[in-house]
Design a protein around this ligand. Structure first.
Ligand SMILES: NC(=O)c1ccc[n+]([C@@H]2O[C@H](COP(=O)([O-])OP(=O)(O)OC[C@H]3O[C@@H](n4cnc5c(N)ncnc54)[C@H](OP(=O)(O)O)[C@@H]3O)[C@@H](O)[C@H]2O)c1
Length: 258
């Protein structure tokens, strides 16, 4: 029996980590593109405020508090939906910038839990719903850290390599089914939380990450790319898209003006 394909306007888009940075910007842009957005994150006040803002602007948006590492909570969340058009696995981030010799195993575990297991949890729970839509898209927001390493980055690099492999493998495994798997791998993006979280709230250290870089990417730059990828025609799968600021040629080669 043929599955009815909903119009783009009726598509539900679930965005994880929608309380700040790339996730919040993506929720805004997917809503503007006509999706019914479901904002998830742990900070309820933030996603509720964003859902209200979007609703007032005439979009369809709801907030749902969710920790992506909590599988029982993810399963309960997923049970609320019959079909979903888009899942953006964006929740994640880095903890610490220590060398392998002294990195904290607890940070490594936490990064793996959020960036890899979190993505796995949502993807497993929602895959049947994406397939049921007849035209689903799973987005994995990995990183250029998922493709190459840098000193002091091994814990995050290992986790993002995990997210990259998850995306690549899933694409192989579900080929022939009506679900695309898109990986977006940004380089340096200046967001509200990324560097601050990495350095345990130390604003000075966080600011140094971007020091002298003329124009790091913004959350909107990445959100535009995600929105572009998911709004391609159904037969077009953007496998992997790497984007960096012009001032960054690789993870270790960054032009700084001062
Ligand atoms: N900024 C960069 O340079 C850069 C580059 C490449 C890739 N990325 C990736 O892009 C994604 C977004 O990062 P960002 O730069 O926008 O940083 P951000 O502003 O710190 O946002 C991170 C988001 O992830 C959510 N999150 C973290 N742990 C979570 C958990 N256990 N459950 C649910 N949500 C969780 C946070 O929400 P709550 O705290 O409210 O839960 C927040 O909304 C991350 O996966 C990051 O690794 C960032």
């Amino acid at each position: 029996m043929a599955t009815a394909v909903p119009s783009a306007a009726a598509r539900i888009a679930v965005v994880t980590g929608a309380s700040s940075g790339i996730g919040a910007a993506t929720a805004r842009q997917l809503a503007a593109a006509g999706h019914r957005v479901v904002l998830t994150a742990r900070r309820k006040d933030r996603i509720e405020a964003l859902a209200e803002e979007l609703t007032k602007a005439g979009h369809s948006a709801v907030a749902y508090q969710l920790d992506v590492t909590d599988r029982a909570a993810v399963d309960e969340f997923a049970s609320a939906f019959k079909t979903i058009g888009v899942l953006v696995n964006n929740a994640g981030g880095a903890l610490g910038a220590d060398p392998v010799a002294t990195g904290d195993p607890a940070d490594w575990r936490a990064m793996y839990e959020t960036n890899v297991i979190g993505t796995l949890n949502l993807t497993q729970a929602l895959l049947p719903k994406l397939e049921a839509s007849g035209d689903g898209v799973v987005v994995v927001v990995s990183s250029t850290a998922g493709l190459a390493t840098y000193e002091g980055g091994a814990g995050y690099v290992a986790a993002k390599h995990g997210a990259h492999v998850l995306a690549e493998t899933l694409r192989l495994e579900i080929v022939g089914r009506p679900v695309r798997v898109v990986e977006i791998a940004p380089g340096m993006v200046k967001t509200e939380g990324f560097a601050l979280n990495r350095f345990g709230g130390d604003a000075e250290k966080a600011e140094k990450v971007y020091q002298g870089v003329a124009e790091p990417l913004t959350a909107d730059d990445v959100a535009e790319t995600i929105t572009w990828a998911v709004t391609r025609p159904s037969h077009v799968n953007v496998d992997l898209l790497v984007l960096r600021p012009r001032a960054q040629a690789s993870n270790t080669k960054v032009h700084r003006e001062s």
